[in-house]
Ligand binder design. Structure first.
Ligand SMILES: Cc1ncc(COP(=O)(O)O)c(C=O)c1O
Length: 373
């Protein structure tokens, strides 16, 4: 049990909790869901098709196809690049495990690299050190919404894990159009959601664009039969219809996330115990999470919890130290020093666009008052 769960909250802070996210629901979403139900076209319908093209247009990708989840999009990306046993895929360890499980599931080997000390994303210098003849792809994670540094690596295909980066951009290019393949999640807490599970695959490569649709649908091309081995990774029509509504709001939510993040930073920078997140030059951060670096993140967690403010420590265990990796040669302490130092020091606080002014003030006051013992 966490220390925080054993503490009783002081009476003066018995107020409504401030959650990490507040899913958006409006009348239009309900209406389109009912329309889909009544149409009886529950899968493979017009909404799935339109959601893909509207999303591609939004992020500037050549093509996009919605699918069952962010994890499904990552697995499809692996198969689209013909990655399998004997192949290596370079990936950061400071991420949600889905960035790694997709590699293992297709029988390939993850090669973990450390992250940049400032931005917490894949370190390009480390990547070049581990490229081998077996390297088939590189997965860059836009962690917390921060675009990773887009470099090209000897023509090796790059996959953007953009699960946390809807609306983020780098040098004028939006996440989803920065590399060969982009993978998004619409898990309910993400910057946009679909009222259930969902994900999106994007590509900038013409030869992959033709295969995306087939990959989420059993490897089938209408009229040409089954050409590649895949399975059902499709999204359902209700989710696609809801996603189309949410996509229309993404830009305005993004602006609000940016404003809130900016106001957090002003307060965090006043507290010498806390380090605010840096934004890469040329980047618009997606602010999926506003993440503070703090040597005693657990103490900050308890402090915020006592004030009725939710927070999360992402990630307490790096991927290369998860038990399921125990036969991997990079398993264990000492392999990725920056990642290992950051795990346990990074704490995310609410930054969602539906925070009320009174809630923002409470968060800011709590940050001002934080003083580790
Ligand atoms: C970085 C990252 N990659 C992949 C995923 C997987 O997405 P999903 O939960 O939709 O399968 C997530 C979800 O939290 C994520 O944060």
């Amino acid at each position: 049990m966490r220390r925080a769960e054993t503490q009783t909250r002081p009476a003066e802070f018995m107020v409504e909790r401030i959650p990490m996210s507040r899913p958006f629901v409006n009348e239009k979403m309900k209406q389109v869901a009912i329309e889909v139900i009544e149409s009886k076209r529950w899968v493979k319908g017009p909404n799935s098709l339109a959601f893909g093209s509207e999303f591609a247009h939004h992020c500037g990708a050549l093509s996009a196809v919605p699918c069952a989840s962010g994890s499904a999009s990552l697995i499809a990306a692996m198969r689209l690049l013909d990655i399998g046993p004997g192949d290596e895929v370079i990936v950061p360890s400071l991420t949600f495990f889905a960035s790694v499980s997709c590699i293992k599931i297709v029988g390939a080997t993850p090669v973990f690299v450390d992250v940049e000390e400032d931005y917490w994303c894949l370190d390009s210098n480390e990547v070049t050190k581990v490229i081998s003849p077996n390297t088939k792809a590189i997965i860059g994670v836009h962690l917390f919404g921060q675009p990773y540094s887009i470099d090209s690596f000897e023509g090796i295909p790059v996959i953007e894990d953009a699960a946390q980066a809807h609306g983020a951009s780098l040098d004028g290019k939006t996440a989803g159009s920065l590399a060969d393949i982009g993978c998004f999640s619409f898990f309910p807490s993400k910057n946009m959601a679909v009222g259930g599970e969902g994900g999106m695959l994007t590509t900038t490569r013409p030869e992959l664009a033709e295969r995306l649709q087939s990959w989420v649908d059993h490897g089938r091309i209408v009229g040409k039969g089954i050409n590649e081995l895949s399975t059902n990774l499709r999204i359902s029509e209700i989710q696609a219809a809801i996603g189309r509504i949410q996509l229309r709001h993404l830009d305005e939510w993004q602006i609000r996330r940016n404003q809130i993040a900016h106001s957090h930073t002003i307060v965090v920078d006043e507290n010498t115990h806390l380090i605010s997140p840096k934004v890469r030059t040329g980047a618009i951060h997606g602010w999926h999470q506003y993440t503070i670096q703090c040597e005693d993140a657990e103490q900050l967690f308890i402090h915020l919890n006592n004030r009725g403010i939710d927070s999360r420590i992402y990630y307490q265990t790096p991927c290369h130290m998860q038990k399921v990796m125990k036969t991997h040669k990079q398993y264990g302490i000492g392999n990725l020093p920056i990642t290992e130092k950051l795990c346990g020091q990074l704490i995310s606080i609410p930054v969602h666009p539906f925070l009320r002014d009174e809630e923002l003030s409470r968060i800011h006051q709590a940050l001002v008052d934080f003083c580790p013992t």
